[in-house]
Design a binder for this molecule. Sequence first.
Ligand code: SF4
Ligand code: SF4
Length: 394
Amino acid sequence: MKWINRGKEVIDKVACVTEEYGNRKGIYIFGAGFFGEEMSLVLQKYGIPFKYIDNDKGKQKSGYKGNEVISLQEYMGMCDKSWIVVTASEKNTNDISIQLEREGLKENIDFFRYRYFINDIFPIISLYCYNQLFVELTQICVTERCTLRCRKCAHACHKVPKSKEDMSLEFIKKSADSFFEKFDIVREFVLIGGEPFLCKDLKASIMYIGEKYRNKMIIFSITTNGTILPDDEILNLCRRYDVTIRVSDYSESLPRLKMRYDELYKKLKQNKVIIWETDREKSWFDYGFGEIDRGIEEDQLIETFDRCRTPCREIRGSKYYYCVMARSVSENLEMNIGKQDFIDLENIKNKQELMEFQMGYSDKGYLDMCRFCRGAEAENFLIPAAEQEERVTK
Ligand code: SF4
Ligand code: SF4
């Protein structure tokens, strides 16, 4: 989306959203599961009352993680209708939306899909009702070196030489300082790579960020490919600052990693570190970097960008990138494209501007790398996860 009225771009929407939010009493999360829990953590951080709705009769009886779960019929019988946020897989979200529409509820008035709510509605509520600048996700790529060489790595880290310098501790600190000077709350702040456990300053980084900014994050996490066992000092820091370890499980493509994952999970559990266990990754979206070229028609590039809605922001020094993939792939494949596609947090005048940027507004309305990317269409181009480019060295 192109900025036309920078800083006041969503002013009409602000009036509608804040007025409607003021009339509703809390939020109902439709879907007592993984995404529902993510949503609940955000609401808890703001002290916003919530309940779950779920079609599962078992959950209606027993509740979910200590919270009440009701049926849609019970909700429909209530006089005060709070907003519903549908938190489910894409397929289930479509089914639930149909179910809600059958009851006469309207999308984006009575209920919202989670992605849209967290990226486009909640930041408005947060800024205008709580005076807090909120963003869903932001990452620091502490190193771009990796122990694996995945042929379709979304950050193109398979092309990064092992000799490449990690981000320095000073630069990691500056990145965190720049980000948290402007943003008040981030749903998830991620230290990522490459493989972050290769970063020699990881401990000092966790300590610095955890000590200064833990209360501004809902989740503080490290994403790892699981090939390196973190030492006790790192695990102690993870425990101290409630750091969640997200393990990308590639044992489907790389069965030899299975034992290493078992070992890692055991060590994390023994040390009482929070683990976000995911299923084995079977397939990835192929974004087509280095293969496709959409040309330079502005309308088409804006449409590609607007349809994509990637949630993955990145902070590097004071440069805030809308799309970590665009920055890292361009750099790591030496494409030299879109080097100015960031916003400098030092030049930001007000919170409204930054809220709009993270919603997808910019001067051009797209990133130069969108020309070479499938964006939302990538979901139709599945490839096996973590196929290796060449023999792996650990
Ligand atoms: S594990 Fe694979 S996908 Fe992840 S950073 Fe390394 S090379 Fe990229
Ligand atoms: S379409 Fe653009 S914003 Fe979306 S992933 Fe590709 S480069 Fe990033």
